[in-house]
Write a protein that binds this ligand. Structure first.
Ligand code: SF4
Length: 732
């Protein structure tokens, strides 16, 4: 090993004596004239005790937790030990909470930031080797240790830990790296230990760089609060460390990490069998596995089509939180960093914000969700966030909401917070419901929605609630479309005219009491037909015996008429549907007649996903408009189904942006319509978006027609340049 600064990691199983070895080696290096820094990476934070006369140092992690982030300085945690040796203890959380590995990462980031190592010639990392997770592996990343020693006794578990460390090094270095310096054999005077260590060393292809005998020198030094190297007695022990320091200061040969499989290790160390080619066998096993995976992947590619995956809107935390806020009297606590909650808040409010903001309308307060955040930071990531969550839940309970819903993030999941235990804080009046989504550990956005609905129902629904005969539940309204409440108002009014009430919206704006009585409604209606809603339907049928309407909330005049007639049949009040339909027809026709003079003859070119658009095309045709071409983004590769009338207009699958541009230029439409963000423009055609969520009921297309009439008039009067300016702002 020849480089400017010697950086050495000393790994070993907990309790094996690596801190003692490390401290003696630090002193030996300092006696050789090197400026030495020893960094203890064990949550026990006792690595440097022998160097500081038994004085314990503030740990980096305690310091980072307590000091204001902008005032932290390395000097505050850098201790000075014997012979000027720099002493640092990374520290860690209490056992059972937080993440010690994350702690090591935070400590190293801090030391890097303040360039602490640059003041020294040699840096020794004293690292716990029982667990080589990402955090404890930081010292063996290439930017840190240049040489690694494995401290082991002759006990099998100590050798096993050493073998695990070789695996960690192998993962970083592959077969090219040469960073293992060898084994430091800390003898315990056990029968057969010399042979066991020798067999392991031989099989791993490593030298035993030092044999440290079991000696009374170590307890004697410890009793004096110093290292053996500082004592006059025990010259033979001191010589071992002096020689080792000499090797490190000179040209230390380094070796490849060649770990064994568990079976090979047992055979070699315990049974004394010649390991032969064992050292390469672990690599062979993994190489073979890699080949099998390659073969399988190639075979799969031949035969399998990629499964359809819905668009990714966010993580499960995000899906659960955006769903839980629809429990209107609940307080939702995001157990997460602020950024996760902010992202969710944006997701909830942004569709509304965009529309209202650009049209100069103030945001209604309803767009500010009932969502708070525990604001997890570095302290919680390292020391655990359960206590902070408990405090947040207790504060929420004091406000007497209908329920407290906790949604957990990746950070909470990774450090293993006991979030589920927080449910014990539930009171007779207020359930505390923990949705352990753990960010994206549980899955994606849709998984989060499902976990939320199941979790809330499990904890809130009362199976013994009394039947409410003339009522329905609306199921699966979740989403962030602007028209959620508009749709609900339309359905409630239509059903209300037939004497039928809405018992519960699960979940689109319901109180805890309404969710509790979910089984009271004899009929459930899915808001829309999606795979997720179909799964929810099956779950409600199986879990609560819910009965479902065979269809969804209707969109457009034709569907809504049929819907009311069938609901009337199911509740035995068909005669009540007819006057409602008659009156709605009269209103619809009057509105169409009012719009017709402004829209008749106008031509529409539409690009859309592959979904039925009859509701909009019917209304447009009723107003005398014409669809000149429909381009379909066919993600699923299924049969095109934008209309039940194939002769209505030309319908083609979109093959690329140019195919839409060419059609727009050729057909010169008045309106370019799309349901995704499109930058295609054509002459002075106005551009418009198909509503993200469709308005249910008889007059679904009317608001869209009204908007087109206004846009076309603004175009004629030159006012549309306002929207044109907006268009240019984003797509110019
Ligand atoms: S994936 Fe994790 S980090 Fe990202 S927003 Fe979700 S919870 Fe937060």
């Amino acid at each position: 090993m020849s480089y400017e600064r010697k950086e050495i990691a000393i790994y070993g199983k907990g309790g094996i004596g690596k801190s003692t070895v490390c401290a003696n080696l630090s002193v030996a290096l300092a006696q050789a004239g090197l400026r030495v820094l020893q960094i203890g990476c064990d949550p026990k934070h006792d690595s440097t005790r022998l160097l500081t006369g038994g004085r314990s140092l503030p740990t980096v992690l305690d310091y980072l937790r307590d000091a204001p982030a902008d005032r932290t300085r390395a000097e505050d945690i850098l201790g000075t030990g014997t012979l000027g040796i720099g002493c640092i203890e990374a520290g860690g959380p209490k056992p059972g909470v937080g993440c010690a590995g994350r702690g090591i990462i935070s400590a190293f980031e801090f030391l890097e930031r303040d360039r602490v190592k640059e003041r020294y010639d040699a840096v020794l990392y004293d690292v716990l080797g029982d667990v080589v997770c990402g955090g404890f592996a930081v010292p063996i990343r290439r930017e840190y240790a240049k040489a690694i020693f494995l401290v082991t006794s002759g006990e099998f578990m100590a050798i096993n830990a050493a073998n695990n460390i070789l695996r960690g090094i192998r993962n970083f270095d592959g077969s090219e790296g040469r960073r293992v310096a060898g084994i430091l054999f800390n003898a315990r005077s056990l029968p057969g230990e010399e042979e066991r260590v020798a067999r392991f060393a031989k099989a791993a292809g490593l030298p035993v760089c030092a044999r440290i005998p079991k000696s009374e020198a170590f307890p004697a030094a410890e009793a004096r609060g110093c290292t053996v190297m500082e004592m006059d007695e025990y010259p033979s022990v001191r010589r071992i460390f002096t020689e080792l320091a000499g090797r490190i200061a000179g040209e230390l040969p380094l070796y490849e990490a060649r770990p064994m499989t568990d079976e090979q290790l047992e055979a070699c160390v315990l049974e004394g069998r010649d390991p032969g080619q064992t050292a390469s066998a672990e690599r062979d096993v993994s190489d073979n596995a890699a080949e099998r995976v390659t073969e399988r992947t190639a075979a799969q590619a031949e035969t399998e089509r990629p499964a359809y995956r819905p668009p990714l809107y966010g993580c499960a935390f995000n899906g659960a939180a955006t769903t839980a806020i629809h429990l209107t009297d609940a307080l939702v606590i995001a157990h997460s960093p602020r950024s996760c909650a902010f992202y969710t808040w944006q997701n909830i409010s942004s569709p509304g914000r965009r529309n209202l903001f650009h049209r100069g309308i103030l945001m209604p307060s309803a767009l500010s969700p009932n969502l708070t955040c525990t604001e997890m930071g570095q302290t919680e990531a390292v020391f655990g966030g359960t206590e902070k969550l408990r405090a947040a839940v207790e504060e929420a309970l004091a406000r007497r909401p209908g329920a407290v819903v906790v949604v957990t993030s990746c950070v909470s999941g990774i450090i293993g917070d006991d979030a589920a235990g927080i449910e014990a804080l539930s009171t007779p009046e207020t359930p505390v419901i923990v949705l352990k989504t753990d960010g994206d550990i549980a899955g994606d956005y849709m998984t989060g929605i499902e976990m939320c609905l199941h979790g809330l129902a499990d904890k809130i629904v009362d199976r013994n609630t009394d039947l409410r005969p003339l009522s329905v539940n609306l199921i699966g309204e979740t989403g962030v479309a602007n028209d959620l409440d508009v749709n609900y108002g339309i359905v409630r009014d239509l059903l209300g005219q037939m004497g039928i009430s809405v018992n519960c919206r699960f979940l689109g704006g319901a109180t805890t009491a309404e969710v509790r009585r979910l089984p009271a409604a004899p009929l459930n209606i899915l808001a829309s037909d999606s795979e997720d809603n179909r799964r929810l339907r099956t779950w409600l049928e199986q879990t609560y015996g819910c009965s479902f309407f065979d269809g969804c909330l209707p969109v457009g005049f034709r569907e809504t008429s049929l819907f009311l007639e069938r609901i009337g049949d199911l509740f035995g009040c068909r005669e009540k549907a007819e006057p409602v339909i008659r009156e709605e027809r009269r209103r619809y026709e009057a509105e169409i007649a009012g719009l017709r003079p402004r829209l008749e003859g106008k031509r529409i070119l539409m690009t859309t996903i592959n979904a039925n658009m009859d509701w909009l095309m019917d209304a447009a045709e009723d107003a005398g408009m014409e669809f000149v071409w429909v381009g379909v983004l066919n993600y699923l590769g299924t049969e095109l189904c934008v209309s039940s009338r194939p002769d209505r207009c030309p319908v083609e699958e979109i093959t690329g942006r140019t195919s839409v541009e060419a059609r727009a230029e050729e057909l010169a439409p008045d309106i370019l319509l799309s349901n995704y963000t499109s930058s295609v423009s054509a002459g002075d055609a106005v551009t418009d978006a198909i509503p993200m969520g469709r308005q249910v009921g008889f007059r679904s297309g009317i608001p869209v027609l009204r908007r087109w009439a206004r846009l076309l008039e603004e175009r004629r009067e030159g006012e549309w340049v306002r929207d044109r300016a907006l268009f240019e702002k984003y797509y110019g």
